[in-house]
Design a protein around this ligand. Structure first.
Ligand SMILES: [Zn+2]
Length: 207
């Protein structure tokens, strides 16, 4: 039943209900009654990518707010969040490891998320074509280091050994990280490079 509903779309102009079909590339589905545009394949794909990036951002924030590592030194128990772990690495002079963790765990995922959000903003208001072009080019490159978050999780696990007397806290942060990795898989599948460029040309040249 839920799947049936997903296959239906209502015309925003005249409220006629239509059954969705798979669209060929560059085609637009229009209302059979009033001709109002119902959906187009790349726009749907882009909207999906944007919603996944918002979901990723929320999970990222949650993963960073709660402790991910429990540290036990003698009878003291302290907890580290991802940001406090990174600052501990720097204050303990593990500069190389600290920088790798900062880039892989924080900067890389955030740059992809914010690129999609910026692209959404630019295309929504039809602003700066050249900036949008640069962002898409960056997103193309970023696909080659996609799944960096799985690498990030393995780094976190390895770090626990580096700290000694520590263990992973399987709490809110760990759950958020696991979901983050899963959403990222869907995120990658949600839009293909060619669709991004099709979306780009549709926004800036055809409207
Ligand atoms: Zn209509």
């Amino acid at each position: 039943m839920a799947e049936d509903l997903d296959n239906l779309i209502i015309c925003k102009k005249c409220r006629t209900l239509h059954r969705k079909i798979d669209l060929p590339a560059k085609k637009v589905a229009r209302c059979a009654v009033c001709g109002h545009k119902l959906y187009s394949d790349v726009e749907g794909a882009f909207a999906k990518a944007v919603s996944y990036s918002i979901t990723s951002l929320i999970l990222f924030i949650v993963a960073n707010l709660f402790p991910i590592i429990d540290v036990y030194v003698k009878s003291n128990h302290s907890q580290l969040t991802i940001p406090s772990m990174i600052s501990t690495l720097f204050s303990e002079e593990f500069y190389v490891v600290g920088s790798i963790v900062l880039v892989v765990v924080v900067i890389a995922p955030l740059s992809v998320i914010f690129s999609y959000l910026a692209l959404w903003f630019l295309t929504y208001f039809k602003l700066s074509k050249s900036l949008a072009k640069h962002i898409i080019s960056f997103l193309m490159v970023s696909r080659s280091w996609a799944m960096v978050d799985i690498f990030a999780v393995s780094i976190l696990v390895a770090l626990v050994k580096l700290f000694g007397y520590a263990q992973i806290n399987y709490g809110v942060s760990a759950i958020a990280l696991a979901l983050f990795v899963m959403v990222d898989l869907l995120f990658l599948k949600s839009i293909k490079p060619v669709e991004l460029w099709t979306y780009f040309s549709r926004v800036y040249y055809e409207r």
